[in-house]
Design a protein around this ligand. Structure first.
Ligand code: GDP
Length: 646
C-alpha cells in the first residue's frame, strides 16, 4: 500500500530541512524539480518505495497546499521547533489535519541541538497539551535535529513502523483523482498530477475530466518516477492525457471514471467550527470551501441552528459560486472569505442537493441518518430522498458512486432487511425504499377516494390522470407497480380504461337514474342508427343533463365512437360479432361491404369502423380492411405510456 505523509508546522521550524534529512530530496528546490519534467512534483519527496512525503513551504501557500493535499494525506508529521515550541501556525495546521480527518501521525521536535534537556521536556509538555483528545494523543514524539542529524534514524524508524501499521484504505472502486498540478511537456502534451482517491486507472483508459465533463484518454502513467501500467488508490500519479489542452486543466479539476460524478454547486454537509473562531458563523456567510484540490467560494446556509458558535457543529448547505466535484464522505475545510482565517471543516453528506429549507425536520433527519452511517445507509437515504422518482439500480449506483461489488453487497443487505424493494419494469430493475412504496400506495388510494368524492357520477380516473394527480415526480415504473399491486389485491378495479376504488360505483339520484334508463333504452333500441346526444337529451331537465350524460359514458353504457356518433354498448358488441363472422367468410372486406352487412349508412359505419381500427379489431390496408387476430378490444390491454427516463 502506498502511504502519503504530510508535514505540518510553524514556518521556519524546519519542515523542509527535515524532509531533506529524511529523503535526501530538498523540497525547496522547486525550480530544479520543475525542469525535471513530469516525473517530479512540487514539494514531493520519496522516503521509500511506498512512502511519499509532501512538503510545501511558505505560510499562506502552505495552508492552501496543505488543504489541497490534505484530503490525500494518510499520516502527518507535525514539526515543532524546540527553541520556539507550539506557535499559531502549529495550531492552525494541526487543526486542519483534524478537520481533514487525518487519523495517524507523529510529532518531530526539531532543532533539539539548540536546547537543553529540561527545555526539551517543557516543549514536549506543550505538545502533549496541544494534541490532547485528538488523533495525535499518545502518538510518538521524536526529538531530532535536521542540522546535526541526531534522532533522524529514530525518526525514520518510527515513520516506517507507523506506515507498516497503517490500515488499508477502503476503496469505493470508482477511479477518482483530484488534480493538484498540471503542466505540458514538449512533444508529450498535457500532464496532470494528483493522488488517486479511489479505484484504479490503466493505460488507454478513457476518463472524464470534471467539471468540464470532457473525455480524455490516458496515454502515459508514472508513479514514483516510474512508467507503469496502472495507478491505484493512494498512488501519487502523473498522467499524460490525450484529448485536452493544458490550458483547460487546472488545480481543483478532477479525473474520474466517466459518468459517475456530476459537478455540483450545492451540497449538504456537517460543519464543525473551531474553538479559535473569532466570532459566530452567521447563516449565509460567504466562505471559501476547500475540497479535494479545489477552492470554491460560496455561502453557507446553517440548516439546524440560527448560527454556529466556536467549538460547535451543525448541518449546513453550501451554495457555491462555481461547481466542484466531490462525493459523500469527503472532508473539507472552510475558511473565511477575507481574511482567510480557518473557521472549521466537515464531511460531505450529500454531494448534490437541491436548495433546502432551514429547520426542515425531514431534511435534518435524512442528513443525520447519513451522518451516522455506512455505505448501506447512504444508499438507503438516497432512495428515501428519491421517493417516488424511482431509478434503476445502475443509475443509483452511479449517483452515489459505488463500485459494482459494494453496491451488490449493501443492496443485498437492504433487500434482505426489507428496507428496499427491487422490481422489474419493461425489462429494467428499479429500486424503491419500502417507505416510499407504502406511502405511494396510500397516496394513490387517497387520490382515487378524493376523485370519487368530487365526481360521484364518474366511474374513475384514467391512468395518466391519476398519475398526474400523484405529482410530477411520480415515475411511471412505480406507478405501474403500485396500481398493479392494488388491482391484484382487489383494492382497485381497472375497467373501461379507468381506475377506481373497489367499492365505488357511479351513484345517481332517483330522477337522474330514471333519465339514465330512459336514454340508455332509447340508444339500445336505435341499434346502429343512433340519435345524437343532444337530441336524445333535448327534453330533459338542464339540471340532470350533464350528470346523466357523463354517467352514461363513464359506466360504458354508451360509447363515443367518434365524429359525434354515440352507440349503446350492446350495439357495439353486436357489430363486433357480425364483423368477425363476416371476416370468417372473406379475409378482406371493403368499408362498403361491412356497412351493407350492418345495414346502416356511411354516417354511422365509417366512425364505427375507425373505432374498431383504433381498438385493434380491424386494420385498414388501402381500400380494404383485415381482421387483426392478435388483439381484441379490451381497455385493460391498452399499454400504459412509455417510461420517459428510458
Ligand atoms: P520550514 O519553513 O519549516 O520548512 O523550515 P526550513 O526547513 O526552511 O528551516 C528553517 C530554518 O531553520 C533554516 O534556516 C534551517 O537551516 C533551520 N533549521 C532547520 N532544522 C534545524 C535544526 O534541526 N537545527 C537548527 N539549528 N536549525 C535548523
Amino acid at each position: 500500500m502506498h502511504v502519503v505523509v504530510g508535514t505540518a508546522g510553524h514556518i521556519d521550524h524546519g519542515k523542509s530541512a527535515l524532509v531533506k534529512a529524511l529523503t535526501g530530496t530538498d523540497p525547496d528546490r522547486l525550480k530544479e524539480e520543475k525542469e525535471r519534467g513530469m516525473t517530479t512534483d512540487l514539494g514531493f519527496a520519496f522516503l521509500s518505495e511506498n512512502v511519499t512525503i509532501i512538503d510545501v513551504p511558505g505560510h499562506e501557500k502552505f495552508v492552501r497546499h496543505m488543504l489541497a493535499g490534505a484530503s490525500t494525506i494518510d499520516l502527518v508529521m507535525l514539526v515543532v521547533a524546540a527553541d520556539d515550541s507550539v506557535m499559531p501556525q502549529t495550531r492552525e495546521h494541526f487543526e486542519i489535519c483534524r478537520l481533514m480527518g487525518i487519523r495517524h501521525g507523529l510529532v518531530a521536535v526539531n532543532k533539539a541541538d539548540l536546547v537543553d534537556d529540561d527545555w526539551l521536556e517543557m516543549v514536549k509538555q506543550d505538545v502533549a497539551q496541544l494534541v490532547a483528545g485528538s488523533f495525535l494523543e499518545g502518538a510518538p514524539v521524536v526529538a531530532v535535529s535536521a542540522v546535526t542529524g541526531k534522532g533522524i534514524p529514530e525518526l525514520k524508524q518510527t515513520l516506517a513502523e507507523l506506515v507498516a501499521r497503517m490500515p488499508a484504505k477502503p476503496d469505493r472502486g470508482v477511479f477518482r483523482m483530484p488534480i493538484d498540478r498540471s503542466f505540458s511537456i514538449k512533444g508529450f502534451g498535457t500532464v496532470v498530477a494528483g493522488t488517486v482517491l479511489s479505484g484504479r486507472c490503466r493505460l488507454g483508459d478513457k476518463l472524464e475530466l470534471l467539471p468540464e465533463q470532457s473525455e480524455v484518454k490516458v496515454r502515459g502513467i508514472q508513479v514514483h518516477n516510474q512508467a507503469v501500467e496502472a495507478a491505484v488508490l493512494g498512488d501519487r500519479a502523473a498522467l499524460n492525457l490525450q484529448g485536452v489542452e493544458r490550458e483547460l486543466v487546472e488545480r481543483g479539476n478532477v479525473l474520474a471514471t466517466a459518468g459517475y460524478y456530476q459537478p455540483t454547486d450545492c451540497l449538504n454537509a456537517t460543519l464543525y467550527c473551531l474553538r479559535s473562531m473569532a466570532r459566530p458563523l452567521k447563516n449565509l456567510s460567504r466562505v471559501r470551501v476547500h475540497i479535494g484540490t479545489a477552492e470554491a467560494i460560496g455561502r453557507v446556509a446553517i440548516l439546524n441552528e440560527p448560527a454556529l458558535g466556536p467549538n460547535s457543529e451543525g448541518l449546513v448547505q453550501f451554495r457555491l459560486e462555481q461547481p466542484v466535484v466531490c462525493d459523500w464522505g469527503d472532508r473539507f475545510v472552510v475558511r473565511a472569505y477575507a481574511p482567510p482565517e480557518t473557521l472549521g471543516g466537515g464531511v460531505v453528506l450529500e454531494a448534490s442537493a437541491g436548495k433546502e429549507r432551514r429547520f426542515d425536520e425531514a431534511v435534518l433527519g435524512r442528513l443525520r441518518a447519513i451522518l451516522s452511517g455506512d455505505t448501506g445507509s447512504v444508499l438507503e437515504q438516497y432512495l428515501v430522498k428519491c421517493g417516488y422518482d424511482v431509478h434503476t439500480a445502475g443509475a443509483v449506483r452511479k449517483e452515489i458512486a459505488l463500485s459494482d461489488e459494494d453496491m451488490a453487497r449493501v443492496l443485498d443487505q437492504l433487500l434482505r432487511q426489507g428496507k428496499v424493494v427491487k422490481f422489474a419494469h419493461e425489462g429494467k430493475e428499479y429500486l424503491v425504499h419500502f417507505q416510499s412504496l407504502g406511502s405511494a400506495r396510500e397516496l394513490l388510494l387517497a387520490a382515487l377516494a378524493e376523485f370519487h368524492r368530487q365526481n360521484p357520477v364518474r366511474l374513475g380516473m384514467k391512468r395518466a390522470e391519476l398519475r398526474e394527480k400523484a405529482g410530477r415526480g411520480f415515475a411511471v415504473p412505480l406507478f405501474d407497480l403500485v396500481t398493479g399491486e392494488l388491482v391484484a389485491e382487489g383494492k382497485v378495479v381497472e375497467e373501461q380504461d379507468r381506475l377506481r376504488l373497489a367499492g365505488h360505483e357511479v351513484r345517481l339520484k332517483p330522477d337522474e337514474q330514471t333519465l339514465f334508463d330512459k336514454v340508455a333504452a332509447q340508444f339500445r333500441d336505435a341499434g346502429f342508427e343512433t340519435p345524437s346526444f343532444d337530441d336524445a337529451l333535448a327534453l330533459a331537465q338542464p339540471r340532470l343533463k350533464d350528470r346523466v350524460r357523463v354517467a352514461l359514458v363513464e359506466t360504458g353504457t354508451l360509447v363515443d365512437v367518434g365524429e359525434g356518433v354515440v352507440m349503446h354498448r350492446d350495439a357495439i358488441a353486436e357489430a363486433r360479432k357480425r364483423i368477425v363472422t363476416l371476416f370468417g367468410r372473406k379475409p378482406e372486406l371493403t368499408a362498403s361491404e361491412i356497412r351493407q352487412d350492418l345495414g346502416t349508412s356511411r354516417k354511422y359505419a365509417i366512425p364505427l369502423l375507425n373505432y374498431f381500427d383504433s381498438h385493434g379489431l380491424t386494420q385498414r390496408k388501402g381500400e380494404v380492411r383485415i381482421l387483426r387476430l392478435a388483439k381484441h378490444e379490451d381497455p385493460k390491454s391498452s399499454k400504459p405510456e412509455q417510461h420517459e427516463r428510458g
